[in-house]
Design a protein around this ligand. Sequence first.
Ligand SMILES: *[C@@H]1O[C@H](CO)[C@@H](O)[C@H](O)[C@H]1NC(C)=O
Ligand SMILES: *[C@@H]1O[C@H](CO)[C@@H](O)[C@H](O)[C@H]1NC(C)=O
Ligand SMILES: *[C@@H]1O[C@H](CO)[C@@H](O)[C@H](O)[C@H]1NC(C)=O
Ligand SMILES: *[C@@H]1O[C@H](CO)[C@@H](O)[C@H](O)[C@H]1NC(C)=O
Ligand SMILES: *[C@@H]1O[C@H](CO)[C@@H](O)[C@H](O)[C@H]1NC(C)=O
Ligand SMILES: *[C@@H]1O[C@H](CO)[C@@H](O)[C@H](O)[C@H]1NC(C)=O
Ligand SMILES: *[C@@H]1O[C@H](CO)[C@@H](O)[C@H](O)[C@H]1NC(C)=O
Ligand SMILES: *[C@@H]1O[C@H](CO)[C@@H](O)[C@H](O)[C@H]1NC(C)=O
Length: 458
Amino acid sequence: MPWPAITLFIAAACSVACEEVVNDGEPYLHVMARPSVFNVGERRAIFCQGRNLKDEINWYSPSGVVVKERSSLNSRMYVERKVEEGGVLVPLIFHELKIADSGKWTCKSGEYNETIEIIVGSKVKIVNRTENKIGEEGKSIKMDCEAKGHPMPVVQWYRNQRPINAEKSKNKYVIKKKGDLYTLEIKDLSYEDIGDYICKVTQKALSHYLDKTITLSVKHAPILRTYETVETYAIFNETKNITCSAFAFPPPIYEWLRTKESYDYSIPEDDIIFTDKDGTYSVLSLRVRSEEDLGQYKCKVSNNKGSKTVIFDVSLGNKPPPPDSVVLLKANGSALVFNVTCSECILQKEEEGVSPAPENLTVIGFQFQLTPASEGYPEPDWDAALEIFSLDVTEDSSYAVGPLPNTTTFHARVRSLNIAGYSDWTAIKPNPSTTAHAVRTLATAFLLVLTLFATWYY
Ligand SMILES: *[C@@H]1O[C@H](CO)[C@@H](O)[C@H](O)[C@H]1NC(C)=O
Ligand SMILES: *[C@@H]1O[C@H](CO)[C@@H](O)[C@H](O)[C@H]1NC(C)=O
Ligand SMILES: *[C@@H]1O[C@H](CO)[C@@H](O)[C@H](O)[C@H]1NC(C)=O
Ligand SMILES: *[C@@H]1O[C@H](CO)[C@@H](O)[C@H](O)[C@H]1NC(C)=O
Ligand SMILES: *[C@@H]1O[C@H](CO)[C@@H](O)[C@H](O)[C@H]1NC(C)=O
Ligand SMILES: *[C@@H]1O[C@H](CO)[C@@H](O)[C@H](O)[C@H]1NC(C)=O
Ligand SMILES: *[C@@H]1O[C@H](CO)[C@@H](O)[C@H](O)[C@H]1NC(C)=O
Ligand SMILES: *[C@@H]1O[C@H](CO)[C@@H](O)[C@H](O)[C@H]1NC(C)=O
């Protein structure tokens, strides 16, 4: 900072900080600042004011050395002397504070003195605020959080918003500190340890807070998302999708096997097996053509950490009866509500569990398919249909289908669904239409205005 600027800076600071003290002729010395915390690199001036003193006013460093005036050797920290009306003002000026400047500084003139304590801190900086780590099932992993700062920061590790208590963790977590490096060690890793770990760093004196998030993945053997044995049903000559799903890292490989007379035969990976590219699930599209195809199928899920097997027991189920009548109850701009009647169906009521009678399985829901009707083409184009809407059985047999495009007339059909498969389709006649909601709201608004007007008029 050039000289005039410094002077201005001092003057401005003083006009705020210098108190008006009545000059009663008595000796007087005062440091015009409170104990403070400053940041490394900051520029500061601490004022000492004196009156009627016979000795020179000096600033003493924490080690007791007199602070000199500015010189070429002494340009970071120095004193100035400014004679004011009836007194002397001696600012102690720091151009760039250092941690080593922390301590008690004394302003003194003869027997008069006053001391001020300052703390110079440096805020913790974290270069990488996020980090990814990969551990292995059964092994341990160390996560680092480097927090260099002054005063020494308080570092706390968190998982899922909760502080980690290493003492109470029965040796699951070990927390260590070595210099500025804070370490969290997690022992005996399992898939349950997957998640975010946060190291929160606080320097209360500097009102400084910072954190770092470490995302942990753990290589682990597959965990099944289904039971190990699944009873399932199929309908002759219909496609039955059997889904096998597991959670594993690295992503697992799925293998499908057919069990016949206690031998397992591998089912070739052709167009009847579809495995999701993330390895979340695999689907076997089974077509039961005869009794021969019933029985056990296995799904083996494996990665380099281990493997699991699911047994699917496929029995013959009945094809559900189709709905016999469907009535449109309501329509608006985005949904159609139907009343579905299926007199031959045994409807699955909530919490009742699936019917165990394979020749008469309960109907668990209805599926609706809609395709926009285009003028001049009386036949529905099901290839252009919207995604199928699957709805669970309801108490009052009303089914809201949506979201749908407004102002559209559809060809629509519905079928029953049980755990074995689907019924044939039942056409919904006449073709239902969604309304134009914008028009309706406008009409409503118009009506409201009319009503208000009428009320006001009469
Ligand atoms: C500072 O002032 C106090 C009285 O306020 C006095 O007792 C003490 O001796 C002085 N210290 C020095 C180093 O002059
Ligand atoms: C910080 O993270 C980036 C990206 O993850 C990485 O490339 C870099 O090496 C990391 N730096 C340090 C100091 O860890
Ligand atoms: C299944 O289809 C085959 C040939 O397509 C046919 O011979 C057989 O009768 C059908 N089975 C049933 C139960 O419909
Ligand atoms: C069976 O799954 C395949 C692959 O996910 C899918 O393309 C097919 O539509 C499904 N079939 C049935 C009847 O759900
Ligand atoms: C349309 O009807 C459905 C089903 O009753 C309802 O959920 C939806 O909120 C309605 N939408 C509008 C815009 O009124
Ligand atoms: C649906 O139709 C059946 C038979 O026509 C009737 O008993 C029932 O009350 C209707 N449900 C609703 C919600 O309209
Ligand atoms: C299924 O159950 C319904 C209602 O209990 C009954 O009317 C029907 O005869 C049964 N069908 C078969 C094939 O058992
Ligand atoms: C129908 O929906 C479209 C897009 O969602 C909208 O732009 C249009 O205004 C709506 N028309 C009517 C009549 O509600």
